[in-house]
Ligand binder design. Sequence first.
Ligand SMILES: O=C([O-])CC(=O)C(=O)O
Length: 197
Amino acid sequence: MKAVVSDLNLEGFISGCCSSHFFFRVSGRHYMGSLATAEACDTNAAQVAVGDIRVLPPIFKMYGQCRAFSGPVVTLKVFEDNVLVRELLETKGEGRVLVIDGGGSMRCALVGGNLGQLAQNMGWTGIVVNGCIRDVDEINGCDVGVRALASHPQKSYKKGIGEKHVPINIAGTLIHDGEWLYADSDGILISKGELSL
Ligand SMILES: O=C([O-])CC(=O)C(=O)O
């Protein structure tokens, strides 16, 4: 990114999970203290080519206060059952992003307003759901970044079945626990390691 101070059109600060970042705009693109996904793809083309950086298919909708967020990934594989989602969100988030492979189910919600609030309170930066969420208005008020396929008003089963910290495959993209996720208005990247600005 080449920019001089006079090019910067400061957009303002936001609080909470994004408090360490401020948004600015250069030539129509929005940047945060973290990193812009488009820029990251351009400058790391070799890593993209070999799959060390992967782009999730553009199947997600944006929810939550943080439109752009990043952090180390915690993976979870469940199907129409969100007991393990709560279990993980009850632990300290420490800036991590919970990535839930819910098998793409369109039959119930894996995250709702209570879990969104819990994520915020426990210091999670974001939640990505290959499945549905509910209580959209509440989640949109939470200071986390949320991506999901859609909203659905029904809750999930509460059996406690699933696997934490396992490799997951979301729409053809393999994601390992501990990799890094970068999300902004353009899309979502998964990177083997932390990317520098
Ligand atoms: O508990 C659930 O199934 C999800 C939910 O509604 C919430 O997080 O508020």
